[in-house]
Design a protein around this ligand. Structure first.
Ligand SMILES: Cc1cc2nc3c(=O)[nH]c(=O)nc-3n(C[C@H](O)[C@H](O)[C@H](O)COP(=O)(O)OP(=O)(O)OC[C@H]3O[C@@H](n4cnc5c(N)ncnc54)[C@H](O)[C@@H]3O)c2cc1C
Length: 563
């Protein structure tokens, strides 16, 4: 059959998306992460070929379909995926162990690095909600629940008779509100030892028709109103007598995220397993959202990276006015801006992941370090979502007219980017939660302490002035926040988040440049600082500096000193 014709329409297809991504490898170096041992190169090959092509095919040709009735008139409510998508998912879960690593060895970097490399938000969502489900069962399930659900959810296989793999799901949003979890109306009733759920308001239910078990928020009858009255349940697809335990009303028609089916779910006396204590359900739910928000952040980075790759390879080939696009100064400027934006927000996000990694076992009441990880998570989620929208827009623009055609991959990346500020808590909600983490939990105190600590590693003068400038901006932003009334702080919350995010991105990039002894990363930090903090025209760099930044797939022959 030969090579897929997809290679004629995509520049990024068929390449190893890990090996070519030298800036990402630098971030892993900075974290001291053993990526060779983690098998990321082999995953990079798989995502650059099979996952890349299948995700685009699913979007354009083969969207998931809900099968409601079986041949013999039985209600089944299962989703039919394109067989190629099923193959890709089985390999990601089974062979590459994407969901398994945090639970088998406590390695969250592997999980988040994998989601970044996958990039496609539909496939990433299926794996994310499965990890989130496993995470809540791991933390709050009783022994029997863990034994039954953790092996298939994490892809370790099941005991005899059970499913080998199982997808999870997280159904919190209801028709009357997603941001306002306290408005949930699905009700839980306990009869003897059994909890049962009732309600038809779960309105955005990803993995409906795929999930073998779902995390569901519901209010036990008689519990207090608002978010504090919400408990967290695990609802298996089949009840204890083997009957379907809930119904899928329909699948949504979406402008992106095609690979994941998103539906509406109804509970009619559905058997449910309570996780932990009912009064703490809202805390458990928010803990799980740390996983999905960080997934969203690396997913947004992955989307931007794929769009960058398409634009970069196209700019090398396409010629106008007698030279290739990549030789035109203004195209170089666009690519420099895109790359600096990706790398700054990537440094920020992996710093958040490092803090999540050391606090993921925290339970209420939480440590200061946990609140700090949460603060960085809110900031990373918004910063990467804004970045992905901007970078994918520029990537489309650099393709000229064909960038607007649905026939080529780059337009999809822009559509996909636009989900990232909405789900897992919209950007406004992240900004408001950031205010809460600062005002009520003092999460900015460990942040400033860490920034002051990191300053000791900055050796060169150029780096020191950049670092001092961004540290000062963080301090000033936090000081001015402390003087605002509650309403004024809410009004400015997104602007404050953005200023903090930009200053942290520059500080972490500068620190990384010093730790890795990399002139290239220092140049990127300068570009980021000029464009997003000073908001001045980008400096005209030498041809060598420009190529060092934008040619992300070029090995620098040991220029980056690995620790
Ligand atoms: C493709 C897709 C898949 C999804 N999958 C799932 C899933 O599997 N499980 C799940 O639980 N949910 C899922 N969602 C739902 C998603 O998480 C919600 O749509 C999102 O949290 C926003 O909730 P909402 O749509 O009810 O908007 P609303 O809560 O009505 O908010 C509307 C707008 O108002 C803003 N807003 C709300 N309150 C405030 C405030 N106090 N101050 C300032 N601004 C405010 C919000 O930022 C938003 O911009 C999915 C959504 C999509 C699009």
């Amino acid at each position: 059959m030969g090579e897929s014709p997809y290679r004629f329409i995509s520049g990024a297809y068929g390449k190893n998306h890990f090996e070519l991504d030298k800036p990402f490898i630098s971030v892993l170096d900075y974290l001291n992460y053993d990526y060779a041992g983690a098998g990321l190169s082999s995953l990079g090959e798989f995502v650059g070929r099979d996952v890349y092509e299948v995700a685009d095919y699913v979007d354009k040709v083969a969207r998931p379909k809900l099968i409601v009735w079986s041949l013999d008139g039985e209600r089944v409510d299962r989703v039919w995926l394109d067989p190629a998508e099923r193959m890709v998912l089985e390999r990601l879960v089974g062979h590459y162990g994407v969901v398994r690593s945090p639970f088998a060895s406590g390695d969250w970097v592997h999980y988040f690095a994998s989601i970044y490399l996958i990039g496609d938000p539909g496939i990433a969502c299926i794996l994310t909600v499965t990890s989130q489900t496993a995470y809540s069962v791991y933390k709050y399930g009783d022994e029997a629940t863990k034994k039954r659900f953790l092996p298939p959810l994490t892809g370790e296989g099941a005991q005899a008779g059970g499913d080998r793999y199982m997808f999870g799901a997280t159904w919190f949003t209801e028709v009357q509100g997603g941001s306002d979890l306290g408005a949930n109306t699905v009700e839980a009733l306990r009869t003897g030892d059994t909890w049962r759920l009732n309600g038809n308001t779960k309105y955005f239910s990803s993995d409906a028709g795929l999930a073998g078990a779902a995390l569901v928020t519901a209010r036990p009858r008689g519990a207090e109103p608002g978010a504090k009255g919400i408990a967290l349940f695990l609802v298996p697809e089949f009840d204890s007598e083997g009957r379907r335990n809930f119904s899928v009303r329909r699948l949504k028609e979406k402008s992106g995220t095609a690979a994941v089916p998103t539906g509406e779910v109804e509970f009619h006396g559905s058997e449910a397993i309570l996780l932990g204590e009912p009064e703490k359900g809202v805390y458990y739910t928010l803990e799980g959202l740390m996983v999905s928000r960080l997934s969203n952040a690396v997913g947004a980075l992955g989307i931007a990276r794929k769009a960058y790759l398409e634009a970069y390879y196209y700019a090398k080939k396409r010629r106008t006015f007698g030279r290739s696009l990549i030789e035109h100064p203004l195209v170089q400027r666009d690519l420099l801006e895109m790359e600096a934006y990706i790398e700054g927000t990537m440094a920020l996000t992996f710093s958040a992941i490092r803090h999540f990694q050391s606090t993921y076992k925290d339970t209420p009441p939480y440590t200061d370090e946990y609140h700090y990880a949460r603060l960085l998570t809110h900031i990373s989620k918004n910063m990467t979502a804004d970045m992905a929208a901007h970078v994918t827009k520029l990537a489309m623009e650099l393709h000229g007219g064909i960038g607007f055609l649905a026939e080529f991959p780059v337009e999809r990346w822009h559509r996909e980017a636009l989900i990232t500020p909405i789900w897992e808590g919209s950007s406004n909600i992240q900004a408001l939660d950031m205010l809460e983490a600062i005002a009520k939990k003092g999460a900015h105190i460990p942040l400033l302490r860490e920034l002051e600590d990191m300053a000791k590693d900055i050796r060169d003068n150029a780096g020191r002035s950049l670092y001092t400038d961004s540290l000062e901006l963080s301090r000033k932003t936090l000081d001015s926040l402390g003087r605002l009334s509650v309403d004024d702080a809410q009004f400015q919350a997104k602007d404050i988040l953005e200023r903090l995010g930009h200053s942290l991105a520059v500080a972490i990039l500068t620190h990384m440049a010093n730790i890795l002894n990399s002139r290239r990363i220092l140049t990127v930090a300068h570009l980021y600082h000029t464009r997003f903090i000073r908001r001045e025209p980008l400096p005209r760099l030498s041809a060598k500096e420009i190529s060092e930044v934008i040619e992300i797939d070029r090995d620098r022959g040991g220029q980056i000193m690995r620790r």
